[in-house]
Design a binder for this molecule. Structure first.
Ligand code: MG
Ligand code: MG
Length: 251
């Protein structure tokens, strides 16, 4: 990445809303279809079919060699889980991250889903992670420092005693999946570039029940918590507008 933050005009933002609506629709479909007994490969197949049915490409497939349409990460898996033979079980929390590519623009969104009856502490982790994202999205206002997003995620998550992942961050998005600027989930509110109308960012808190430390598995992709405790991940693609945040990744 270079240091230039590409600004999008209104037409480009509308194309990104199309890309975003496809990932939003995909995750709505997952919320209806996910259930104990399916494998993560079963779920990935549904996701790829859905994205292609909307006329888009599954943007993760082939990205730096990633072999599937979605990253599916269960319990202690934080992000970048590779779909395969693992069976989803009652009580699991399952993070699903999907990307779309249509008309040369990308959409990117993630949610963590509860499967069956989950333990109350897992529910609280999920709720807090989503809350950290939505509270941070309120800070997507022109003239704010980007660090206000980062500091908000961190303060909401750490107020519950959770660990905010440091090694992986959010990002600008547009004609590339990952553009400037990086959007950390931690740091000072006074740091980073000033938000301008036309910036589009993917904000994606990864919040661990325990330590913020993570480890990459020998498959080279799957990131897990260092202490084996569960993790949650929520992500939206958000544009900076004259009127505040515009969430593009809604169905
Ligand atoms: Mg994502
Ligand atoms: Mg992302």
């Amino acid at each position: 990445m270079n240091d230039v933050i590409p600004l999008k005009n209104k037409d480009q933002v509308e194309t990104m809303r199309l890309a975003g609506s496809i990932v939003g629709g995909t995750l709505d479909m997952v919320s209806r279809e996910i259930k104990a007994g399916m494998t993560t490969r079963d779920l990935d197949r549904l996701i790829e079919d859905y994205i292609r049915s909307r006329g888009a490409l599954p943007a993760f497939k082939g990205y730096q060699g990633f072999p599937a349409a979605a990253c599916i990460s269960i319990n202690e898996e934080v992000v970048h889980g590779i779909p395969g033979d693992r069976v989803i079980e009652d009580g699991d929390i399952v993070s699903v991250d999907v990307g779309s590519l249509i008309e040369d623009y990308y959409g990117d969104s993630a949610r963590t889903f509860a499967v069956g009856d989950i333990a109350p502490d897992r529910k609280q982790l999920m709720d807090c992670t989503l809350n950290s994202l939505m509270t941070a999205i309120d800070k997507v206002q022109k003239g704010n420092k980007l660090g206000e997003i980062s500091a908000t995620v961190q303060s909401v998550a750490e107020a519950h005693g959770y660990g905010v992942v440091r090694q992986l961050v959010g990002h600008g998005i547009g004609r590339a999946m990952h553009e400037e600027p990086q959007v950390p989930n931690f740091g000072s509110a006074h740091e980073g570039p000033v938000l301008e109308v036309g910036m589009v960012v993917a904000i994606e808190p990864m919040v661990n029940m325990g330590t913020h430390d993570v480890v990459t598995m020998p498959d080279g992709w799957t990131v897990v918590t260092a202490d084996g405790q569960p993790s949650a991940h929520f992500e939206h693609t958000v544009a900076v507008t004259e009127n505040g945040p515009d969430i593009l990744s809604l169905a």
